[in-house]
Design a protein around this ligand. Sequence first.
Ligand code: HEC
Length: 156
Amino acid sequence: MNKQLLTISALGLALLSTSALAEITFNNAITGAPLDLSVAKSGGNTEVFNKFKETGKNPYNGDKEAVQKGHDLYMTACSGCHGHEAEGKLGPGLADDYWTYPANATDKGLFEVLFGGANGMMGPQYVNLSTDEMLLIMSWIRDIYKGDPKKAKWLK
Ligand code: HEC
């Protein structure tokens, strides 16, 4: 192999390894501190979650079976505060396009609030839910969206 080829292949390898390592960092919506994902309740499909960590896009969006599971989970974990249709109750509505935390218009932002919590009664959900269950619930929230399609940043 000549010198030039060697340089090119070394560059290729370097690019490959950086893309393989690229993982999104998730931060607490209030404090900005990095979230320690290892504290989450274990279980669920870790492969799907690993994909989410690389892309920041919820692989369950638009998947009918996942949306149904997400709905069941939402009913037990969230509806008491956010309402059965996510219309808002003690906590704000989750089906419209107004967000207290604008980052919730992205899957990354929505996950950050679920995992790490926000203010007051909105506690961190990792105690009761695995990261997989959070993604399932998120897919249901996106499924019932009634807001302006242009503001649906998670689709972009
Ligand atoms: C004990 C009541 C309670 C439970 C249970 C609860 N929430 Fe909340 N949630 C709240 C309150 C109150 C807020 C407003 C907090 C704030 O503004 O910082 C909130 C805020 C949110 C927000 C931010 C909304 C915005 O406008 O930016 C999201 C997203 C959210 N909750 C999703 C969920 C999901 C999904 C679940 C179930 C896994 C859940 N919450 C469970 C009370 C609750």
